[in-house]
Design a protein around this ligand. Structure first.
Ligand code: G6P
Length: 614
């Protein structure tokens, strides 16, 4: 949600910032802009993508070239539509202070009224613009202060969330950055420093980074950086080494990041399990929770909170943990949990699942659970992310950077983590050693089976060709395949803008069946498990209303081919493991339908990869 970059050093800052913004574009792409210091402050910004901005670079001031200090922003609109004026950076009236901001200033309306009444002129409809005028006003009143102090004082007036960078031609050799709620990372080079919302734009320059914590403000110069709290207390920061390479955040020959990430799944599945399972011995090592495993096993109840695709993984977590470990599990949308005064206490474990580790609602749910005394545990993909840092214990999914806005490989990685967690919680309680081995064998067979499904890509593409013009889709599944139906429908609506709904198949008769006619494609996950005969009846019900059925079935199932218009065959697997396979054709189907409709799958309209506003 909004991407921020900054550079101070010895290289030409403009191309550096534009490149960095491109790596962050998955966070927002409504507008882009940069501000550079080269004696004076120059800004170029406009509605649209970073590429559009780059194409117009010639029409902007020539003073851009040669600048070695600058900041840049790619926007996901909250307050004010995508437009040139609402694009960041925002300037004060005299044009010598520039601010970029990610987050929401909740009291912006009151602050704006006050500033307007004092004669400040606002050019945008954004909440962010109040920041630059606030800084300007404080500086006007106390000209002896430096940029750091005026920024700090301004932030004391602000309620809400921010990751921000401020530069000024009055103090041209520094960038002031601050964070509360929205992530910020400083990359450490030699005689140069990089600032970004996440490590993606930094990794090609350096692998040494410092993560700012909430309530911290840093001053970055060519010589170094100093970090203090907003209250002006100095902070010692730990330098972290990034553990991913540039090639992991590039497309590697695929047309889109999303396709690359779908195809990466077999190797990601290996990576998630690497060093964590020893199949023959029935061993599961989950280092990040090892010290808390006994407490987890004794939990009266586990609550899992998440948003979006991670919420679908959470639902599978409920099925897995309840079936394997017999511990009651509740799943909540993080946004609901945080506001409904949930009953949670010291006997409960609250698990937060988040690919980015930055989702505002999930982070707030974590803090609520912590306040109420629950043991909080995270399942995150992004190493060093806020949720990962604020949870007591947790596990990284190790799926590698996920750039496509619609989550794919992060989902399968989360489900594998939950599968391993469920087994670890069962060991010595509800499952014998032999049962653990059987289930681990199932898990270990998954990467090879997933690779076989990817070979069906061209069949799935031809199905997509025939169904791409449908206006609605229904996705049905039972048991473990119900969350898969939800996830399949979410994938399609996110990237193709076709209305799609996921339902437990048996619920169809309580409403959705009214929608079924010859124009309604119905995707039914009909793998052979304990509900197989029931799902066959559901297919008959759809057919008798002329619905067009696309079935996901197990290899060799002839019966289904008589009933469905199309069948996508996936390898046989146990019920609990099937979602890891059944979801792959649904990801590919959504991808192909969206690309055939000419949609930008990596950057779907109105969405962002990391949602740091509530
Ligand atoms: C956004 C993304 C989704 C993601 C959700 C939760 O909506 O577009 O792909 O599932 O946020 O994100 P998280 O990082 O917490 O898993």
């Amino acid at each position: 949600m909004c991407g921020i970059v900054g550079y101070i050093g010895w290289q030409d800052a403009a191309p550096m910032l534009l490149k960095g913004l491109k790596r962050l574009e998955y966070r927002g792409y409504d507008s882009a802009g940069i501000a550079l210091l080269n004696g004076t402050l120059s800004v170029m910004k406009q509605k649209g993508s970073v590429g559009d901005l780059e194409n117009n670079a010639d029409t902007f001031s020539a003073s851009m070239s040669g600048a070695t200090v600058g900041i840049g922003h790619t926007r996901w609109a909250t307050h004010g539509e995508p437009s040139d004026l609402n694009a960041h950076p925002h300037l004060n009236e005299t044009g010598d202070i520039a601010v970029i901001h990610n987050g929401i200033i909740e009291n912006y309306s009151a602050l704006k009224q006050e500033l307007v009444s004092q004669g400040y002129l606002f050019l945008s409809e954004t909440d962010s613009e109040v920041l630059v005028h606030l800084i300007d006003r404080i500086w006007e009143n106390e000209p002896a202060l430096d940029l750091e102090s005026v920024t700090r004082r301004a932030l004391r007036h602000v309620e809400g969330a921010y990751g921000l960078c401020v530069i000024s031609s009055r103090e041209p050799d520094k960038i002031v950055v601050a964070r509360k709620g929205s992530p910020l990372v400083i990359g450490i080079g030699i005689g140069e420093f990089f600032i970004a919302s996440d490590a993606a734009p930094i990794v090609e320059h350096t692998n040494k980074v410092v993560y700012l914590s909430d309530g911290e403000l840093a001053v970055v110069t060519r010589e170094g950086y100093s970090v203090k709290t907003i209250e002006n207390v100095e902070q010692e920061k730990m330098v972290t080494e990034l553990d991913f390479s540039l090639e992991k955040i590039e497309k590697g020959g695929f047309e889109h990041f999303m396709l690359k990430e779908i195809f990466e799944q077999p190797s990601v599945m290996h990576d998630v399990m690497r060093g964590r399972v020893r199949v023959a011995e029935g061993q599961i090592f989950l280092g990040g929770i090892a010290d808390y495993l006994d407490r987890l096993k004794q939990a009266k109840r586990i609550v899992i909170c998440a948003c979006g695709t991670s919420w679908h993984a959470a639902l599978l977590g409920e099925y897995l943990i309840e079936e394997f470990a017999r511990i009651p599990v509740e799943v909540d949308y993080a946004s609901e949990f945080r506001y409904r005064n949930p009953i949670v206490g010291v006997d409960d474990v609250v698990i937060l699942i988040s690919q980015s580790g930055e989702t505002a609602d999930t982070l707030a749910a974590l803090r609520t659970a912590k306040e109420k005394g629950a043991l909080v545990m995270g399942i995150c993909n992004v190493v060093g992310s806020t949720i990962a840092r604020e949870t007591l214990c947790g596990m990284y999914t190790h799926a590698g950077p996920e750039i496509g806005v619609a989550s794919t490989k992060a989902f399968t990685a989360q489900v594998i983590m939950l599968y391993m967690l469920a087994l670890a919680l069962s060991k010595g309680r509800t499952m014998s050693g032999e049962e653990i081995v059987i289930n681990l064998k199932e898990l270990a067979s998954i990467p090879e089976k997933a690779a076989r499904i990817l070979e069906l890509d061209s069949q799935i593409q031809s199905i997509a060709q025939r169904f791409k013009d449908a206006k609605n889709f229904l996705y049905l599944g039972r048991g473990y395949n119900f969350p898969v139906a939800l996830e399949g429908a979410l994938k399609l609506k996110e990237i193709s803008y076709i209305h799609a709904e996921g339902y437990p198949a048996a619920e169809m008769k309580h409403g959705p069946i009214a929608l079924i006619d010859e124009d309604m494609p119905v995707i039914i996950i009909a793998t052979r498990d304990n509900t197989y005969s029931k799902i066959l009846s559901n297919i008959e019900e759809v057919r008798s209303r002329k619905g067009r059925v696309i079935a996901i079935a197990n290899d060799g199932d002839q019966e289904i081919s008589r009933l469905a218009e199309d069948v996508i065959y996936i390898p046989q697997a146990s019920g609990p493991i099937t979602p890891l396979l059944a979801v792959i054709p649904l990801q590919l189907l959504a991808y192909h339908i969206a690309t055939l409709r000419g949609c930008n799958v990596d950057r779907p309209r109105n969405l962002a990869k990391s949602v740091t506003v509530e």
